[in-house]
Design a protein around this ligand. Structure first.
Ligand SMILES: Nc1ncnc2c1ncn2[C@@H]1O[C@H](COP(=O)(O)OP(=O)(O)O)[C@@H](O)[C@H]1O
Ligand SMILES: [Mg+2]
Length: 248
């Protein structure tokens, strides 16, 4: 489903943030990406959701060379990829409902976009998704009045509006307490199981990430240094990826 082959990313200042990265992710797999700060995790996510292009190498999504596509072809694939972030990226002064509806923006036709309207189906879907992520009571609450965990649930519901094949979660639980972090991770696992969505998550809550995922990819200095099924990951593997900086 996702095929990353020999991908490197060199930023404008010549810094090589990713160096010859290759891996394949099957549809419905839950992959944890672990690595120290600055290892290149966010760079990888930005390449995978099309915010940036690789300097070399290929990123194949649904048999298309996503890393090189432009315009409509690129947007078509981007719609199948939802991204969630540490800081949620919600519109604070909008209700949960409107934030989730925003997830449907790319699907509207020009007239709808011009008039700022959503279809009845889209509204129904936004409602159902908020229920699904456990926020039925908060549908009309403003995003700014929610707890961190609730905000991340809204962000997940918004991502689901586009019926993604893949969710990229860049430190989705970094601002949350350990209990809430587990709940959000479990929600992502549920989406994987019930909707067969591929989830690629990066988290410094390493034990949680390893336990909940099918597979772990470890990145150090822009290179993949570990790629194994989660059940084979040892404490030494984690120490290796974190280069001694990992304490728990
Ligand atoms: N836009 C940029 N220009 C130059 N260097 C960058 C840019 N973005 C990130 N980097 C550098 O690339 C490296 C990897 O960054 P990043 O992918 O954000 O790491 P991580 O998410 O693992 O902490 C870091 O050394 C960072 O400073
Ligand atoms: Mg990062």
């Amino acid at each position: 489903m996702l095929q990353v082959a020999n991908v490197s990313k060199v930023y404008k200042n010549k810094y090589k943030a990713l160096d010859d990265v290759s891996f394949i992710v099957e549809q419905g797999e839950f992959v944890s990406v672990i690595g120290k700060s600055g290892a290149g995790k966010t760079t990888l996510f930005r390449l995978l959701n099309g915010m940036m292009r690789p300097s070399s190498g290929t990123i194949i999504v649904d048999d298309e060379d996503f890393g090189r596509l432009k315009g409509r072809g690129k947007r078509k694939i981007q719609r199948r990829i939802g991204t969630i972030y540490q800081d949620f990226c919600l519109v604070d002064n909008m209700t949960c409902f409107d934030n989730v509806l925003n997830g449907a923006l790319p699907q509207r036709n020009a007239l709808q976009a011009l008039l700022g309207i959503f279809t009845r189906e889209q509204k129904k879907k936004a409602m159902q998704l908020l229920e699904e992520v456990g926020l039925k009571e908060k549908i009309q609450s403003y995003a700014k009045d929610l707890s961190g965990g609730q905000k991340q649930r809204v962000a997940i519901a918004r991502a689901l509006m586009q019926e993604p094949e893949m969710i990229l979660a860049d430190e989705p639980v970094a601002s949350l307490d350990p209990y809430t972090a587990r709940q959000i991770t479990e929600l992502l696992v549920k989406l994987k199981e019930e909707r067969n969505i591929t989830v690629i998550m990066n988290s410094h809550s390493v034990e949680l990430a390893v336990k909940q995922s099918d597979r772990v990819i470890g990145i150090a200095d822009g290179r993949i240094v570990i790629d194994k099924p989660s059940e084979q990951i040892s404490d030494d593997d984690i120490k290796y990826v974190y280069g001694g900086a990992y304490e728990q």
